[in-house]
Design a protein around this ligand. Structure first.
Ligand SMILES: [Zn+2]
Length: 480
């Protein structure tokens, strides 16, 4: 990530000069330096890390030796062109084995800042892990000997005193172990403007995964570096890898955009999550499950088991109907499966289960790639069914998030004198005597609108037929 003072790096025009806080509090290039610098002038202005001797160009990219810096100068500075780091460009990536176990240590020499760094690393790593099929692992047993010589980790995380020359600097997958260091300057622990340490770390871990500065894609950014990259997505001015002061548009903290996520997936593949849903239905009951946010090109796989003969319907882009679906196995049992590739341009998938005869129950294992990498609300389920007098009916179990709303609306579809009773409970199925909500009003329309209590992760819905009733039950909630 960029430094607060030394900035323009080798943008050819602005270089290693002092800079102040720009508009919006971003560090921005200050002094402009012309092209065609002599080697001596260039060499004198490049920041060199006192501990490692490594030179830093383009803000936070290491050049390992004076010989390589001279090459860099010959290729890109003397001619007035700009670049950085030609070692492999985007094709410098971790192998399929390496990418799932990117181990690191966090040096105990961070002292009182150690916990803060551990936390920022975990947070930033989790974001990239949700985006694509990579896995970082903090090996805390190596923290006491966490230096560039430690071969028991892929990289080390250390403090550095760069005097504000940069907030942090990282490396690319092609670098040798000795320079696979993620270094945080004192300046990274305060005065970052709109950024957080987590945001800066997200940017640096982007480099660790092989991603270049997004602003090198166009001369118009004013921060072009070189052409040694391969595009993974269309140009993204809001990318976490795009300096805001290089004509970027991400003005808050540094966060991954959808195109950052798509690009990470293009390089490292999808990471799948599994959700489970269960319930029972019965003819003429129908259960709809809410839009699952899905990534185009990934697989949406729904496997149903259970008893009786529920039927599975899956459709992209809109809820299925009895006449419109993308998959309907239509077997004579509860064992059905839909495995589909999400089409281009589609971001939602819907599931419907009509009961057919008897009293079927179902259990769904849904394996898919959430568009953003995270399962997030809002979600809904809708049941349309008949509850017979004297029966208790299960309307499903839901994974919920404390502090969010869990709302159930029951609406009668028949006579206003029908009298079904709604029950909702967190943590366990409701009974006649135990519940968190039971409106218990006369008539078929009831609502429970609850805040999910701390410590609760499941909500259960039940309806008792005080009298028989045809009802719709809509459940709106936020997935964790
Ligand atoms: Zn950077």
């Amino acid at each position: 990530m960029f430094r607060s003072k030394f900035v323009g790096a080798l943008t050819g025009l602005s270089l290693l000069a002092g800079c102040g806080e720009g508009e919006g509090g971003f560090p921005v290039p200050g002094e402009a330096v012309g092209q065609g610098l002599s080697w001596e002038v260039f060499r004198a202005q490049v920041y060199q890390e006192p501990d490692t001797g490594i030179f830093i160009v383009d803000g936070d990219v290491p050049v390992l030796s004076e010989a390589l810096l001279r090459e860099f100068y010959e290729d890109h500075v003397r001619s007035g062109r700009l670049t950085v780091h030609q070692v492999g460009g985007l094709d410098a990536k971790w192998s399929d084995t390496q990418k799932r176990d990117l181990t690191y240590c966090v040096s105990t020499t961070f002292g009182s800042r150690y916990d803060r760094v551990v936390q920022a690393m975990a947070s930033a790593a989790a974001t990239w892990e949700a985006a694509s099929d990579v896995k970082f692992r903090h090996v805390s047993t190596e923290d006491a000997r966490c230096d560039a010589l430690n071969d028991d980790v892929v990289f080390d995380v250390n403090p550095v005193n760069a005097g504000g020359a940069y907030f942090a600097r990282a490396f690319f997958p092609s670098h040798a172990r000795a320079v696979r260091n993620l270094l945080f300057d004192n300046s990274a622990f305060g005065g970052l403007g709109p950024w957080t340490l987590e945001g800066v770390t997200r940017h640096e871990l982007g480099h660790v995964l092989g991603f270049r500065h997004e602003h090198t894609r166009t001369q118009a950014s004013g921060c072009f570096e070189d052409n040694n990259w391969r595009a993974l997505t269309t140009y993204d001015r809001a990318s976490v890898m795009h300096y805001p002061h290089c004509n970027g548009t991400q003005m808050g903290d540094l966060v991954l955009t959808q195109r950052d996520i798509d690009g990470a997936r293009a390089l490292y593949g999808f990471v799948y999550v599994t959700e489970t849903l269960s319930g029972s239905t019965w003819e003429p009951g129908i259960v709809h499950y809410s839009p699952f946010s899905v990534a185009p090109g990934s697989t949406f796989d729904v496997e149903m088991t259970g008893t009786g003969d529920p039927d599975l319907y899956v459709r992209f882009g809109a809820p299925p109907t009895m006449d419109a679906w993308d998959c309907r196995p239509y077997e004579y049992s509860a064992n059905e499966r839909c495995t589909l590739v999400v089409p281009a341009g589609v971001n939602t998938a819907y599931v419907m289960i009509p009961g057919y005869g008897g009293d079927p129950s179902f259990h769904l294992n849904i394996r898919y790639v959430p568009l953003t990498g995270f399962i997030t609300g809002p979600r809904w389920a809708q049941w349309s069914t008949y509850v017979a007098q004297g029966t208790y009916r299960d309307f499903g179990t839901y994974d919920v998030k404390p502090g969010t709303q869990f709302r159930v609306d029951m609406r009668g579809l028949g006579a206003e004198t029908d009298d079904p009773d709604l029950y909702v409970r967190f943590g366990a199925p409701p009974t006649f005597d135990t519940y968190d909500c039971r409106p218990y009003v006369v008539g078929p329309h009831e609502t429970c609108d609850l805040t999910v209590p701390a410590g609760q992760s499941k909500a259960y819905v039940m309806v008792h037929g005080y009298s028989g009733a045809m009802i719709d039950v809509d459940i709106d909630y936020t997935a964790p």
